[in-house]
Design a protein around this ligand. Structure first.
Ligand SMILES: Nc1ncnc2c1ncn2[C@@H]1O[C@H](COP(=O)(O)OP(=O)(O)OP(=O)(O)O)[C@@H](O)[C@H]1O
Ligand SMILES: [Mg+2]
Length: 263
């Protein structure tokens, strides 16, 4: 039985296909990153996988159950999604936003348990927001706000976490902090991560698998060393690049250097 599967997915908006039949199988406990140009369908794919957008055909299967046929809470306990541009009331305090992540566990009308409270505190600590917990969303910087959303998704404690560009707005230090946090959760708790990133080198460093999309079609899928090569980068992004394999602290890394637009 496969763990999480995008099966012959066709999905888009107003009857127009964006994703033109894609099938992917995700194993438990792996980090997969979707890359591709603006408008290639990355968010659309992620939204369908996260049950925010209904497929035209095909299905999203969690241990062989169609997630659109499952109860909201049953899905939300296991699958969390952080969309690309989430919105919240500007006067909402950070700890309240993060507490929303616990909704699938306690329901809207039930009291917050000790476990709920611990999950919220842990998520706030883990994202480095302890000193901001009583601030309002509107009083945060772009990066702090992004981390507050990540904290909400973490507080949900899902087995599968979908994140659409979680490092947008973050400085390089906080980009690494967020990705190292996800990597740690993956290593220690077997969290399955499926995310969208624009930075090819961060994608290569933090992913077991990279999936490249272009015009709603999957053009490459595999480990970072295989997917990140000059030809694929040229095909997907229409740029010239040099790809280096370097060894750092005994770990081999793939580094892509963009050189310019292909004319
Ligand atoms: N709500 C919507 N209604 C109609 N069309 C949409 C909607 N959202 C996205 N699209 C269109 O679907 C296509 C794919 O968009 P999508 O957001 O999946 O791209 P993306 O790969 O995530 O791009 P980006 O890197 O800019 O986030 C685009 O042509 C976009 O204009
Ligand atoms: Mg997007």
């Amino acid at each position: 039985m496969s763990y999480f599967r995008v099966a012959s997915l066709r999905v888009g908006y107003a009857g127009q296909d964006v994703i033109k039949t894609i099938s992917l199988t995700f194993d438990k406990g792996r980090i997969s990153t979707i890359i591709g140009p603006n408008g290639s369908g990355k968010s659309t794919l992620l939204k369908a996988a996260g049950r925010l957008l209904k497929p035209y055909s095909g299905a999203i299967l969690l241990e062989n159950s169609d997630i659109f046929a499952m109860e909201d809470r049953a899905v939300a306990k296991r699958l969390g999604i952080l969309p690309q541009s989430p919105t919240a009331p500007m006067d909402l305090p950070v700890h309240c936003l993060v507490a929303y992540g616990r909704t699938p566990h306690h329901g809207f009308f039930n009291n917050f348990s000790k476990e709920d409270q611990e999950a919220v505190s842990w998520a706030i600590e883990a994202t480095g927001l302890a000193d901001k917990r009583f601030k309002r969303i509107g009083q945060l910087s772009g990066g702090e706000r992004q981390r507050a959303w990540i904290a909400m998704a973490l507080a949900q404690k899902p087995e599968i976490l979908l994140l659409d560009e979680p490092t947008t707005y973050l400085d390089i230090h906080h980009q690494f902090e967020v990705l190292e946090l996800l990597q740690g959760l993956n290593r220690d708790h077997n969290l399955t991560v499926i995310m969208v990133l624009h930075d090819l080198n961060l994608a290569a460093s933090f992913s077991h698998r990279i999936i490249a999309l272009k015009d709603g079609i999957m053009v490459a899928d595999g480990d970072p060393e295989r997917v990140l090569n000059t030809e694929t980068i040229s095909e997907v992004f229409n740029i010239r690049s040099k790809v280096l394999r370097i060894s750092e602290d005994g770990i081999s890394k793939t580094v892509a250097i963009p050189l310019g637009v292909r004319h």
